[in-house]
Design a binder for this molecule. Structure first.
Ligand SMILES: [Zn+2]
Length: 235
């Protein structure tokens, strides 16, 4: 598989993820690598995970505030990518035109070269929010954000159509790009540990994540990886 290093000419990467720990579990090493390479990284956080509590008496707005703070700490540890909260309702996402419009607005605002998101085509992907974000983002990239007759109200706000070059899907069945995260693996774990409300003290997590990263890099010349399926857009 190749390429294994982030040596491309792309300048801006945008992650579009459903919940406040999705970007860390899937891509924290890649984010750290991108930040070190001087790339611009924007994380679009679709929900703030306001149902992410096992306590039936928890206040969803407080759960969301906690999780937003945890995400901001996690991203600070990764080098400080920009974070945008869309604050959609956790667990209730559908790949409808409303969600697509919100993502198109982000694409037209930040003009990413690469979008990194959930793989909505993976069989047995069990979380509806993950499927919804992956599909709405895919449909936002092509052709909606690119073509000027979609959401013409964006013009009034000064937003122009934008062509994204590539989508990288995390969690694919058959990855074709593996990013070397060996040097930043400890940073990935450090970022994940910021999500205290979700992982507690994180016992055993580093070992599990290392095993997973080793498996993803088993055909590579490096030890630890994060894997993606890359789809290139028609120009
Ligand atoms: Zn999630």
């Amino acid at each position: 598989m190749s390429p294994t290093l982030i040596t491309d000419d792309f300048a801006t990467y945008m992650l579009v993820v459903a919940h406040p720990d999705d970007s860390e579990f899937s891509s924290a090493g890649t984010v750290a690598r991108l930040m070190r390479a001087g790339k611009r990284v924007v994380i679009v956080q679709v929900t703030s995970g306001n149902k992410g509590s096992a306590d039936p008496t928890a206040d969803p707005s407080r759960v969301a505030a906690t999780r937003e703070a945890e995400l901001l700490e996690a991203t600070r540890r990764l080098g400080g990518p920009e974070v945008i909260f869309l604050r959609c309702m956790d667990g209730e996402l559908t790949p409808d035109l409303d969600l697509r419009e919100r993502i198109v607005r982000m694409i037209r605002t930040h003009k990413p070269d690469v979008i990194i998101t959930h793989d909505p085509f993976r069989p047995y992907s069990l979380h509806a929010d993950h499927r919804a974000v992956g599909m709405a983002t895919t449909d936002a990239v092509y052709p909606t954000a690119r073509d000027p007759l979609y959401f013409p109200e964006h013009y009034a706000e000064g937003l122009e159509p934008h062509k994204t070059a590539e989508i990288w899907y995390f969690g694919p069945e058959q990855p074709d790009k593996t990013v070397d995260i060996t040097d930043v693996f400890d940073l990935k774990i450090h970022a994940l540990m910021a999500h205290v409300s979700q992982i507690g003290d994180g016992e055993g997590m580093a070992e599990r994540m290392r095993e997973r990263a080793q498996e993803l890099a088993k055909d590579e010349a490096f030890e630890l990886g994060e894997a993606f399926k890359v789809v290139q857009m028609r120009r």
